[in-house]
Write a protein that binds this ligand. Sequence first.
Ligand code: I6G
Length: 673
Amino acid sequence: MGEDKGVKKQVETLRNSIRYHNYRYYVLDDPQIPDSEYDRLMRELQSLEKKYPKLVTVDSPTQRVGAAPLKAFGGVEHAVPMLSLSNAFSEQELIAFDQRVRERLGIDRPIEYTAEPKLDGLAVSLTYREGVLVQGATRGDGASGEDITQNIRTITSVPLRLVGKNMPAILEVRAEVYMPGKAFREFNAQAGSRGEKTFVNPRNAAAGSLRQLDPRVTAQRPLAIFCYNIVRSVGVPLAVEQQEVFTQLKNWGLRVCPQNEVVIGSIGCFEYYHKTQDMRDSLPYEIDGVVYKVNQLDWQRRLGFVARAPRWAIAYKFPAQEELTRIQEIVFQVGRTGALTPVAKLEPVFVGGATISNASLHNMDEVQRKDVRSGDWVFVRRAGDVIPEVVKVVQERRPAGTREVSLPKHCPVCGSDVVRVEGEVVVRCSGGLFCSAQRKEAIKHYASRRALDIEGLGNKLIEQLVECGLVEHIDDIYDLGIEQLAGLERMAEKSAKNLISALEVSKKTTLARFIYALGIRGVGEATAQALARHEGTLERLMETDVESLQQIPDVGPIVARQISIFFDQVHNREIIHKLRKAGVQWPQHSVVAAQDTPLAGNTYVLTGTLEGLTREEAKRRLQVLGAKVSSSVSKKTTAVIAGENSGSKLSKAGSLGVEILNEKQLMHLIENV
Ligand code: I6G
């Protein structure tokens, strides 16, 4: 017994010591001991844990790679949505951002912003409970992502247990996982020499490594992390300034980018931008711009969000890289909705970290404006994940005999007439579901990551399936059998089996994803989420009329009409019916509400004047969390939110015994559910 206690203590001391040295090395970048000494501590801990396996704990520094390979990643509903950032591409856009911020805050002096390099990596969310890492997740569609905990655990700069004092019961942080430039080059050189797959840029390398189902593979990849925000901190008050958040993160052992700074006003932002741009090539990680955030966190709260991006932050992107190449031909691609897009087929060129051979020309107006022709020399641009585009034609190098591009009269795929709807720039193939291109695109969309996320059902395979007649419409994919698939070119029996199980897995989805997957014109992810949240069930959505649809946040008259037209089509209803018969399902209203919309079932009444946000905004934020906002108080009201000068509603709440919240409590509610 005495010996056991002694060993336990020894193990704990060793672990704490290793954690402390990790902190010195990764967070402070100031190691106190040489690598050989660190390795000795690790070996000692490993040998004790081997001798006393009962003492092994999940947060031991030895336990980074343990889990068995997964069949598929599980889903994670984000407790706090993972937003994206708005972009600025010019000084004017940054000045406009700064002006908007100050106008909304009513401040006419320069204000403080935090400035940080924008890493070209993958955004993740980490959750610690009682100091122990319990979850790592990808951004996904912002509302839900993939559970990549086992892979995150393999990243040595991610602490499995936090250090320091005054730790929150739950801490959720946002971070960027990346592959350092040198490690990326070495990894590619080695993979190339073994004849294995190489990555086109560090971002793809980070993303590809985190999407491995076998954590042992991820563990071989030289990944690193920088944390940049705290979105949940239960039990410890949130910081007052963004800058303080960096200190909190560091004090708990989380690695923060050392180039973060506080700057003042747009002038300070520009100085930081140029300084960072000058440093860009010597930084040990790839960046594609800088991020500015309003430093005062209560000002961030007052500014709130627009669509899926905070109003208080912006990414100021470095200019996209451009290269010169030649257009081999201009073709027309037919999209999911029949839109014909002119595309330039290029002599392959390496730009912005990837080789490109196609560039979008967007529409005929653009082709004419830029006067792009087959055979032209052009500058092409690629920025991050944005579709490559033709920037301009080098007129001096135009070969003789080129001709202006003309719009085809017939669809290049199915031969149907091409039509231009009045008032629209785009032209469309009128073939509808007769057109195999439109059917292929609809299936690609359905299977895509943000829709039903069918692993293994890639674009090439979908094209093959439609071309050989095995699949005509979306629902046909669920009738595919192993023999049919295994008979296809380049499809082994194992891949066929994997695809069948991925199809099975895909049947369990969410209502929002399913609505998005249907590919209704104008219904992106945010709108699909709003529709799911508001209507609760597909049946209700299908019966909702155009006027009622317009009451839903995010839905304007045009989209409302598209939704209504979509569900009026017998053919679409049939496909939905067949998909559901095949087993496609999602949690019914109450379950969705519990996870996605923590305030579902609650009704609030807003009264009086709020200081930090408008009543309209407060209403929207409550609705986004699933609450109803009513204009009259009754016994069913969950709470009345009372600002300054509240009148009769406040007294009615008092007489009915309804809870009354002030603005501070409202903000606490919105931010902590
Ligand atoms: O500071 C940040 C760095 C990178 C971010 C961020 C980011 O996305 C990759 N995204 C958001 C939404 C915020 N800050 C607020």
